[in-house]
Design a protein around this ligand. Structure first.
Ligand code: BJW
Ligand code: ZN
Length: 248
């Protein structure tokens, strides 16, 4: 049995009356689907150092190693399903006139759960981009036999994700900032809020007058500055929130 979360009357009333709601998600939202998070005791970075895998320099130095790491993560993501937290966010979208879901996740699970207005700040792990001409393609073959995947132009393909030191996709970022600025309620869910510029969005929302609520397992640097911090698993709290919103 999941513990029952008691939501504040303020949050429920604000969500029921809001025209604009914006949500920022991180790896914690996919944890209950079986996607490892980055930081924390079971995080990916405990086993792999970010600077060896999640930078363009690392890719140039050892593209085979970086490709192996992404193929391993793709194999996990292919086999798993969205969890009740993802589905609850898709339901919330249907209840709000102007809803935006900004995600740092590259796993595509929000769309698979039915969310539509999704802004993927750090790209998508299932897509590939040519390092030379920039074309993006869905499928490339990476096997021992075929070697590293190459584009028709001769350039090496890379996963279409955003590594440290790289700019976020500009149009996506601009739309995320716009949705943040107009939000009346802003939810930050399952993110450690340490990677910028994504981590700046909750404070940006607050500066523009939004009611900012964090949902996370653990405290983060944001916990002390948001209006409310709700502790627990997003896959348990979010479905309960939807149920509460639907009550008369
Ligand atoms: C649950 C849960 C459950 C678990 N329910 N909760 C110094 C100061 C400020 C900035 C910088 C600086 N030095 C460098 C920078 C810039 C840098 C940065 O921010 N670095 C900091 C780490 C210091 N940022 C960048 O480089 C960005 N680009 C940029 O700034 O461009 C401008 C620029 C250009 C040139 C030079 C300098 C600047 C790009 C950042 C790209 C991040 N990429 C990654 C990898 C993506 C590809 C891949 O997947 O492989 O994105 S890193 C990784 O972290 C990934 C994530 O999207 C991102 C955020 O992690 P997230 O989602 O928060 O996960 P976790 O694991 O950290 O947290 C999980 C949370 O969930 C925890 O809190 C748990 O408690 C919780 N949880 N289970 C609820 N069931
Ligand atoms: Zn190319």
């Amino acid at each position: 049995m999941n513990a029952e979360t008691v939501f504040s009357a303020e949050l429920i009333s604000r969500l029921r009356n809001a025209r604009s709601v914006t949500v920022l998600t991180g790896a914690g939202v996919s944890a209950e689907s079986g996607v490892p998070t980055f930081r924390g005791p079971d995080g990916l970075w405990k086993k792999f150092r970010p600077e060896e895998l999640a930078t363009f320099e690392a890719f140039q130095r050892n593209p085979t190693l970086v490709w192996e790491w992404y193929q391993y993560r793709r194999s996990i993501i292919r086999d798993i399903q969205p969890n009740p937290g993802h589905f609850a966010l898709a339901e919330l979208e249907a209840m709000v006139p102007d809803f935006a879901l900004i995600t740092q996740n590259v796993d595509g699970l929000h769309r698979r759960a039915g969310s539509r207005n999704v802004f993927e700040l750090h790209g998508n792990i299932m897509r590939n981009r040519c390092t030379q001409c920039g074309v993006t393609v869905a499928d490339v073959e990476v096997t021992q036999e075929s070697g590293l995947p190459r584009c028709e132009c001769g350039g090496l393909f890379r996963p279409d994700v955003v590594w440290f030191g790289e700019m976020l996709p500009q149009a996506v970022w601009e739309q995320a900032v716009a949705a943040t600025s107009r939000a009346e309620v802003f939810l930050t869910i399952g993110t450690s809020a340490v990677v910028y510029p994504a981590a700046s969005l909750p404070m940006e929302a607050k500066a523009h007058g939004a009611y900012v609520v964090e949902i996370n397992f653990e405290p983060t640097p944001l916990s002390a500055v948001v209006h409310e911090a709700i502790r627990g698993k997003s896959g348990e709290i979010l479905p309960q929130l939807i149920t509460r919103l639907k009550e008369g």
